[in-house]
Design a protein around this ligand. Structure first.
Ligand code: ATP
Ligand code: MG
Length: 427
């Protein structure tokens, strides 16, 4: 036998048994985004490496060690997108979508990061992201948070909490950074290797460290919130009032810094205790400087991205079923003539009942074998065509899920009306 091949580590197949749940999640996400007036933008999976280096930041985990980067055939350095914001901003600038107008956009699809694969952390994973451009105030930050909260509510996810922080302006952050470095230098002995390196490159990220040995150092560090500039402080206070008015509970987490360089002012994460170590299901914030940095006008931006694998894991644990792919009707056809007229009947029924889930038996076999398949399919009804029915233009119908059900003969023209009524009774 030929050698079997396997998928790349950390890149998962989503099998038919799981896809109903994914589809249910995705369609609810699309409905909620549409309800808030967000439009979909579809972006390439590959971008020039420079885009991510410039936007995410040279000294972030993603750019330093997580990107799938390779040389194109012409030698140009390309990268599989590790996140969606950079490409979204690039596209908006390129197509002039930000000239004197606001935009509310969303995107979905796979992202790629070379991480250590584990539960909730993969090398190809899926995000849905929402981005809003051209709006300065905390109202749009609040809207994005309300939108995500509504999504959890629609999905029946209760065990999630909102963590909120403000990173302030870049000037305020620079002066806070100095204080933080002074403090961390005093406790240099307690830092791990990673943090010592970051002390010189990206000290704020130390606050985000997941190493338990650093917990005390981080807890006692000066708080970013005590060093906000007045404008960022007012923005943050107003956001809290808007969330209070909307009835959305939050926890202020002054250590929340987020992994990417481009954030300012509002940052937030939705977290859950139900998934173990990988508990952040959605994360976002404001990035007012990014559009200008990537060559656009000075237009503010704010957005979030959620990790679909982690949401799917939560939904599966909650027993969420997703969209139902089970056929409603199974069409049995025994004998050559019946099979031929079965295919035509199935097509006519699909014309007349466009959302009917009808599975046609293919591959021949006798009544017994076909009934077994019908039963196994989970269908509510079997439509049966034998030689007699084929000859007389009739079809027999049998409910499959009732203990004692009678088979009845209908003309083929009566079938749509019969099914419409019967399926309304048994959804
Ligand atoms: P983490 O702290 O878990 O590494 P992050 O800050 O790198 O997250 P973001 O870049 O903000 O994550 O991505 C937004 C969301 O995408 C995360 O909250 C998470 O739900 C999901 N996500 C990020 N990386 C992965 C991954 N490797 N596998 C699965 N989901 C991921
Ligand atoms: Mg990460």
């Amino acid at each position: 036998m030929a050698k079997q091949l396997q998928a790349i580590r950390g890149m998962n197949d989503i099998l038919p048994a799981e896809s109903a749940l994914w589809q249910g999640l995705e369609s609810t996400v699309r409905e909620v985004l549409a309800a808030y007036g967000y439009h979909e933008i579809r972006l390439p999976l590959l971008e020039k490496t420079e885009l991510f280096a410039r936007s995410i930041g040279e000294v972030t985990d993603i750019v330093e060690k997580e990107m799938y980067t390779f040389a194109d055939r012409n030698g140009e350095s390309l990268t599989l997108r590790p996140e969606g914001t950079a490409g979204c901003v690039r596209a908006c600038i390129e197509h002039g979508l930000l000239h004197n107008q606001t935009q509310r956009l969303w995107y979905a699809g796979p992202m790629f990061r070379y991480e250590k694969p584990q539960k909730g952390r993969y090398r190809q994973f899926h995000q849905v992201g929402a981005e809003a451009y051209g709006m300065n105030g905390p109202d749009i930050d609040a809207e994005l948070i309300c939108l995500s909260a509504r999504l959890w509510q629609r999905l029946g996810l209760r065990e999630v909490t909102l963590q909120l922080n403000s990173l302030g302006s870049s000037a305020a952050r620079a002066s806070y950074r100095e204080r933080l470095v002074t403090y961390l230098n005093l406790r240099h002995d307690e830092l791990d290797e990673d943090s010592r390196r970051r002390l010189h490159t990206n000290p704020l990220r130390i606050l985000d460290s997941k190493n338990p040995a650093l917990r005390a150092v981080i807890a006692e560090a000066p708080s970013l919130l005590d060093h906000l500039d007045p404008e960022s402080r007012a923005h943050f206070e107003e956001l809290k009032i808007l969330l209070d008015d909307a009835g959305i509970a939050y926890e202020i987490n002054p250590r929340l810094v987020r992994g990417l360089d481009y954030y300012c002012k509002t940052v937030f994460e939705w977290v859950t205790d139900t998934l173990g170590a990988q508990g952040t299901i959605c994360a976002g914030g404001r990035y007012d400087g990014l559009i200008e940095e990537l060559g656009g006008q000075a237009v503010p931006g704010v957005g979030f991205a959620m990790g679909l694998e982690r949401l799917v894991a939560m939904l599966a644990a909650a027993g969420y079923a997703g969209t139902d792919p089970t056929p409603q009707v199974y069409l049995i056809a025994v004998g050559d003539a019946a099979q031929r007229c079965g295919l035509a009947l199935a097509e006519r029924l699909r014309d007349q009942l466009p959302v009917l889930r009808l599975r046609m038996h293919c591959g021949g076999g006798g009544f017994k074998a076909q009934f077994r398949r019908a039963d196994h399919s989970g269908a509510q009804f079997a439509l049966i065509l034998g030689e007699d029915e084929a000859k007389t233009g009739t079809v027999s119908v049998k409910p499959l899920r009732e203990a004692q059900s009678e088979q009845q003969v209908l003309t083929q023209d009566q079938v749509p009306t019969y099914l419409r009524a019967a399926l309304e009774e048994t959804p």
